[in-house]
Unconditional design. Structure first.
Lengths: 197, 197
């Protein structure tokens, strides 16, 4: 069979992204949060994340001014909260209040964590790259806070209890959607010889 | 209830990452591929991705020299191939041959695509940041190629047919694993007012 490929152009399609809520303080110390559609892990040592944010977003100036942010991983039952957090703006809405979220001041960086999210990364801004409309911010993760009730004694933070979700980005079609994580396929670093098919 | 959070330190834990295979040509034009554990979408306009690669990896020099790479999204039934691609090195192994993958030369960038992966992004290197051991490479996506049989007439590229997977990174515990994508939770940009709970 010859596989036929279709060229779709230079678009954001066919891509999954973890759903992350980035939290900051604005210039009046009001906590704010944003659902970022382009983000991910960026480095192992030191642990770093990247979050890419449009310059018109209210959170953009907060990160530049405070040189800090937190990444807060919502559970999949918080998808409506996450979606709202990507639409409303901290300029005129108090998104923490609207969502019933509790801001907890980080001891390590100048940013609030979302108590209701099971995993929080406290990040110090260490670099950025301008990419047209967006700035890609690099945050060094100084600590990871995890709800005690989602930590398994043996496995550590347990994906089945944290229930993170992904955002399916398929701009130009109707498919943009949030998805839960499915079943485990296999363990990492187990296929040390070529797979037999 | 007061939520108790546990501080786990500056580690790569509690995080999901899309599984991407990055393909390059080496200095002898041999095609190579790598499973990158830190990567993701980085920008909307122009569409950009980031892939973060250790400087000791064979693919690192290939990206620097050719200023190009492709991102190839495997289906979840290719998790063993993806895992092997993160362990073996292109210095001494022909991973395309070992995995039965077909390299297809891109017309747009100086890198091969993996025919057997349902989605391919052709990327031109436009920037990088050094992050300790890793370099974070930014690639501008010049085109997205998608297998015709995973494109739904209405939805476009269909996540249920592409079946991308995620990597659950939980270093320091036993949990590191590949996971399929689960059910759809809801549509993006639908929660225009605060959710009622």
């Amino acid at each position: 069979m010859i596989k036929m490929k279709k060229a779709l152009g230079a678009k954001v399609v066919g891509n999954i992204c973890p759903v992350w809520l980035v939290a900051t303080y604005d210039k009046n110390d009001k906590p704010n949060l944003l659902n970022v559609g382009a983000c991910g892990w960026a480095n192992g040592k030191p642990p770093c994340v990247q979050v890419s944010i449009r310059d018109i977003r209210y959170s953009h100036s907060a990160i530049v001014e405070r040189k800090a942010f937190t990444v807060n991983i919502p559970s999949d039952d918080q998808w409506k909260e996450a979606d709202y957090a990507g639409i409303a703006s901290g300029r005129d809405a108090d998104k923490f209040k609207d969502l019933g979220f509790t801001p907890v001041k980080s001891d390590l960086v100048d940013a609030p964590m979302i108590l209701e999210c099971p995993v929080n990364f406290e990040c110090r801004l260490i670099g950025s790259i301008e990419l047209g409309y967006n700035t890609l911010f690099i945050g060094e993760v100084l600590d990871v806070k995890v709800d005690e009730h989602v930590i398994d004694e043996e496995l550590g933070p347990d994906i089945r209890l944290i229930k993170p979700m992904v955002y399916w980005a398929n701009w130009g079609w109707k498919g943009n959607s949030y998805h839960s994580i499915g079943s485990e396929l296999g363990k990492v670093y187990t296929q040390k010889t070529k797979p037999q098919r």
